[in-house]
Each structure stands twice: as structure tokens, then as C-alpha cells.
Design a protein around this ligand. Structure first.
Ligand code: URA
Ligand code: CA
Length: 434
């Protein structure tokens, strides 16, 4: 086989065979296929696409290029959840304990944040004492004993994807549905879950700005999972404003705790019930999503969800008292507010720009080596569609210096539009792809 012919074939719009895909990924990982040929192929895929079978083959070849986790020693259906990335998205911190309380084992490897989106590992590390670098043995024992563990990804999962993503990033070839779907799903398949619930974000703060693209990505990912012998469902959710009120690490932990105590923001609670119900059904702990939703609501109301969070935090060395005493979380020294510039209805709350303001405050990283300040971030006092009066606090800024707070307030001006529309409800869940 020759890489030249494979590139040419894709350039002419023909489908690659399973053998060709396996061969080229193997060659790419062991250095026989050079970066310039792989880049040319990625560009041809951007223009010509891949059919469902090719996309699934590419995904499986990348998933098998490195370490693959195996949870068969843990009883039950292992269900994973993945979000394509949003702003202020605290769902994993709520969903993990909530779904574990329903009896579904959660063995989750999570990442750190980069750019305008945050990472679950950074958020968890804002809990005093919490450790995310636990050993594989401790991790497995913990899942067996309390049904939940969340750790930083240490294993070398899907190295072919890591290398290909780095090339795509510098050759303007990120933006292709088969390449994005195979990239995300290769890591999910290698993580070893039996079933995967995908939260595909749509809107200003998401990878996919338009619902049609998001639906295509969702369908591609669900199809890959099925061809790989796993179960999957994708929920399309709106990400044009931050999720919940809080953006920032300790602030989002606080919001997750309130949600687990059944006192959380309406949109975050609704998203956790929607995704959680799918996870509970996949995990075989309810027959229908309605039954699963009722079960999860009861766990939020009767305290079992927050108790599972306490057990989880304590098991990973953290101070579980934070669940009852939010003042134990790191706090910023300066709290100032961005005030509503006019009377009216909040018509725009630009998620991506708001995520970047939080990042510049120190809640996230512009580059991998940046150090996070767990205390800083933003808290929305109004959501899309709500009314405000000029001069009322619209967004709270939590900073560790006056200068940083003032700079953030200045930047927030461009993130908000207030207009003359009637108050409105912005739907959160757009569709479910099975
Ligand atoms: N996230 C990924 O992991 N891969 C992509 O290609 C895009 C988003
Ligand atoms: Ca939030």
C-alpha cells in the first residue's frame, strides 16, 4: 500500500477500505507515514468527507493505537458521559454522584480546561485536599465500593488521535464532522465504557454554532458507537449563554453542591436530569427515561445525591464538609459587579466571550502551562430572556485584585446585549439522537 494512492483516492472522493485505514493509522503512529502526507489526507477528508463505515473504522483504528481501559472486573453496565465543551458546564460534578446514587457505576477519566471552556479536574481540585492523581488500583476499588471515581487521564489513550489533532490544529483541518466525531469517539472507546451519553452543545459557546451541524455530529458519533458494539445516545443542548450562573472553578463546585442539594439553577438541574435519565436507562436501573427522571428527582430531594458526593469527595482525600459549609471553598478577595447598562430584557449573553473573560481572570488557561486560580470567576445575576433595570448588578466578578476586577468589568460590556423584546424562555434541550 502507498500513502500517495490513499490520498489521491480520497481526493477523488472515493471511500477508503478498512485495510487502508488500519494501515495508514498504524504507519502514522510508528512514523512510517510522515506528517505532510497525513495532513494532505486530513485536508482531502475535509473536502470529500467519509461515509459512516470509514468514520467508524478510523475511530476504531485510533482507539486501538494505544492503551485501552477494561472495566470488566467491575459489576454493572459502565456508562460514560461526554460533553463537546461549554462554558460554566458543571454537569459532570452533579451527574457523577447523582447517577452513582442511582446504582450506575461511574469510572470517569476527565481532562483539564483549555481556552474558554473549563475542565472537571480543575474544578474538583478547588475542593481542599481533593486528589485527582489516584492509582489505578485505588480507582477501581473506589468504583467497586462507592460506585464513583473521577481521576485525571493518565493512560496513553488514542495516541493516534493526539498526533492527528495536533496536525489538524495547524493545517486548518479541525473543522470536519467525520474527523471531529472520530477524534472524540476514539478516546471514548479507549476509555472502555459500555454505554456513552453525549452532550452535543450548539451555539455561540460551542464548537458547533448551528443546529444542523450539531445534529450531523451527533448522528456520526452515535453511529460510530453502534458500529463499535457500544450503546450511545446524544442530546443536543443550547450553549449560547453559560450553563447555570457560575463560571470558574470553586464557584462551579459551589453551584454543583447546591444542585445536588436540589437548590441549583433551573437550567443546570434540567440538563442533569435529562442526561442523567439517559445514563440510568443505559445502565439498566430504569426502563424508561420518565421512570429514570423520577428516580433522580427523588435522590435530589431525599439527600442521597449529596451524600454520594460527600462519600466521593472523602474517598479522594477531599474535605467533605464543603457539602454543608460552602465557606470552606476558596474565596476571591475582591467582588465587584458589572451593572446593567440599560433597562430591558437580556437578549444576548455571549458564552464564549464570557468564558474568555473568566479565563483572563485566572479561572482557565490560555496555554497548557498556565496556573489556575480556583477562587476567581463570574456569577451571572440574570440569564437570557430575563428583565433588568439599569444599574442593577448583572454579572458578579470574583477576582484577586482590583485591577483584574476592573479589567473584567470593562471586557464584559461586549458580552451582553439588553433590548426591548418581551421576556422569553430559552429552551435548553433541542433534540435527542438515538
Ligand atoms: N474535540 C476533540 O477531542 N476532537 C476534535 O476534533 C474536536 C473537539
Ligand atoms: Ca455553571
Amino acid at each position: 500500500m502507498r500513502m500517495y494512492e490513499i490520498i489521491q483516492k480520497k481526493r477523488y472522493g472515493q471511500a477508503l477500505t478498512k485495510d487502508e485505514i488500519r494501515w495508514l493509522i498504524e504507519g502514522f503512529v510508528n512514523g512510517e507515514v510522515p506528517d505532510y502526507q497525513m495532513s494532505a489526507l486530513a485536508m482531502a477528508i475535509c473536502f470529500r468527507g467519509m461515509d459512516a463505515e470509514e468514520t467508524a473504522e478510523l475511530t476504531m483504528a485510533m482507539a486501538e493505537s494505544g492503551h485501552q481501559l477494561d472495566w470488566s472486573d467491575i459489576p454493572g453496565v459502565k456508562v460514560d458521559k461526554h460533553s463537546t465543551g461549554g462554558v460554566g458546564d458543571t454537569t459532570t460534578l452533579v451527574l457523577g454522584p447523582l447517577v452513582a446514587a442511582a446504582g450506575v457505576p461511574i469510572a470517569k477519566m476527565s481532562g483539564r480546561g483549555l481556552g474558554h471552556t473549563g475542565g472537571t479536574i480543575d474544578k474538583l481540585e478547588s475542593i481542599p485536599g481533593f486528589r485527582t492523581d489516584i492509582s489505578m488500583e485505588a480507582f477501581r476499588r473506589q468504583v467497586r465500593e462507592i460506585q464513583i471515581a473521577i481521576a485525571g487521564q493518565t493512560a496513553d489513550l488514542a495516541p493516534a488521535d493526539k498526533r492527528l489533532y495536533a496536525l489538524r490544529d495547524v493545517t486548518a483541518t479541525v473543522d470536519s464532522i467525520p474527523l471531529i466525531a472520530s477524534s472524540i469517539m476514539s478516546k471514548k472507546l479507549a476509555s472502555g465504557a459500555d454505554a456513552i451519553v453525549l452532550d452535543v452543545k450548539v451555539g455561540d459557546g460551542a464548537f458547533m454554532k448551528h443546529p444542523d451541524d450539531a445534529r450531523q455530529l451527533a448522528e456520526a458519533m452515535v453511529s460510530i458507537a453502534k458500529r463499535a458494539g457500544r450503546r450511545a445516545v446524544a442530546v443536543l443542548t443550547r450553549m449560547d449563554e453559560p450553563l447555570g450562573f457560575a463560571v470558574g472553578n470553586a464557584l462551579e463546585v459551589r453551584e454543583a453542591i447546591l444542585t445536588l442539594r436540589n437548590q441549583g439553577p433551573a437550567d443546570l438541574t434540567e440538563l442533569c436530569l435529562t442526561l442523567g435519565a439517559e445514563m440510568v436507562v443505559q445502565g439498566g436501573k430504569a426502563r424508561t427515561v420518565d421512570e429514570a427522571r423520577d428516580l433522580l428527582r427523588r435522590l435530589l430531594e431525599n439527600g442521597e445525591a449529596i451524600q454520594k458526593f460527600k462519600d466521593f469527595v472523602a474517598a479522594q482525600g477531599g474535605d467533605a464538609r464543603v457539602a454543608d459549609d460552602l465557606s470552606l471553598l476558596p474565596k476571591a478577595s475582591v467582588i465587584k459587579s458589572f451593572l446593567a447598562p440599560a433597562d430591558g430584557v437580556v437578549e444576548v449573553l455571549r458564552a464564549q466571550a464570557i468564558g474568555l473573560v473568566a479565563m483572563r481572570l485566572g479561572a482557565g488557561r490560555a496555554k497548557q502551562s498556565d496556573v489556575i486560580d480556583p477562587a476567581v470567576g463570574l456569577v451571572l445575576r440574570r440569564k437570557l430572556g430575563q428583565t433588568v433595570v439599569q444599574g442593577e448588578p448583572l454579572i458578579e466578578v470574583h477576582a484577586n485584585s482590583e485591577e483584574a476586577a476592573d479589567a473584567a468589568i470593562e471586557q464584559l460590556r461586549a458580552c451582553v446585549e439588553i433590548g426591548g423584546r418581551d421576556p422569553f424562555d430559552a429552551p435548553l434541550v433541542l433534540d435527542v439522537v438515538r
